[in-house]
Design a binder for this molecule. Structure first.
Ligand SMILES: [Zn+2]
Length: 261
């Protein structure tokens, strides 16, 4: 199938260029010395191409029906960022050919599947996982690119002015190395072909909610509610589960905590 070829190309490219992409992240966003030597030229985060760069949205526009009132709230200093600004550099081929094909495939299986009387095949579930793992990788890169700007609602320290907010996380001890390791982990996930051991980590709900709803925790989980398709997805990026029920229980617990707070 065409989708298999596109996903394979993404895996192969990323495997070949992973070091180059990480070196660019380190040089551009983590290293605080040699400012003069920093390259201004961005590279594609999926193939390291320097040409024909486009702005790729981290969450595809169709997921929330182009509503630009939605915003992401960072877990760091409560600053809000509108959806339109949440883009990363991806070359035209990766964006319009590879990633666009993955998204049209996802849209088509969501359209074709009515959870009231059918369910996704294992192969489709693996591809939904692959798609969510691409989103996680994009979030990892977005967060290392975003700086810790001043915000009314948060404490602010001048010294932290240009530190990427992905480093400002207590759960990684504010460690730049750990932030970069998480990017490597998210790259590696995409380059691993088999998703059989992760099947239970994806919880698929039927939903009647009318609003798009979304939350995401780096290297941990994503929740995506897509009213247009009557589908909600909860995926655990790093946890594995013995059975689907354990994953569902854990997802429900997190959702309750987040909805209540
Ligand atoms: Zn590319």
């Amino acid at each position: 199938m065409e989708i298999d070829i596109k996903l394979k190309t993404l895996r192969v490219q990323l495997r070949q260029k992973s070091k180059e992409i990480i070196d660019d992240v380190l040089n551009r966003h983590v290293s605080r010395i040699n400012d003069k030597n920093k390259s201004k030229e961005e590279i594609c985060v999926f193939c390291a191409n320097k040409h024909n760069l486009t702005k790729e949205h981290v969450l595809p526009k169709w997921t929330f029906e182009n509503c630009n009132k939605k915003f992401f709230v960072t877990e760091v200093n409560g600053s809000e960022q509108t959806y339109n600004k949440t883009t990363i550099p991806v070359c035209a081929n990766c964006n319009n050919n590879l990633l666009a094909s993955v998204e049209s495939y996802i849209i088509s299986i969501f359209n074709k599947t009515d959870l009231s009387n059918s369910f996704f095949s294992n192969e489709q579930i693996h591809n939904i996982i692959r798609w969510l793992e691409i989103i996680e990788y994009k979030f990892q890169l977005l967060e290392i690119r975003r700086k810790f700007f001043k915000s009314k609602s948060s404490q602010y320290n001048e010294y932290l002015r240009d530190i990427p907010i992905s480093i400002m996380r207590a759960n990684i001890n504010y460690s730049p190395n750990k932030a970069v390791t998480q990017i490597r982990i998210s790259q590696r996930r995409i380059t691993e072909k088999s998703k059989a051991s992760k099947e239970n980590s994806l919880v698929i709900f039927k939903t009647k909610n009318e609003n798009f709803y979304f939350f995401h925790h780096l290297n941990d989980y994503i929740f995506l509610e897509l009213p247009k398709f009557g589908i909600a997805l909860f995926y655990f990026y790093s946890k594995k589960f013995e059975n689907p029920k354990d994953a569902k229980d854990k997802a429900m617990k997190i959702m309750r905590e987040i909805y209540i707070s």
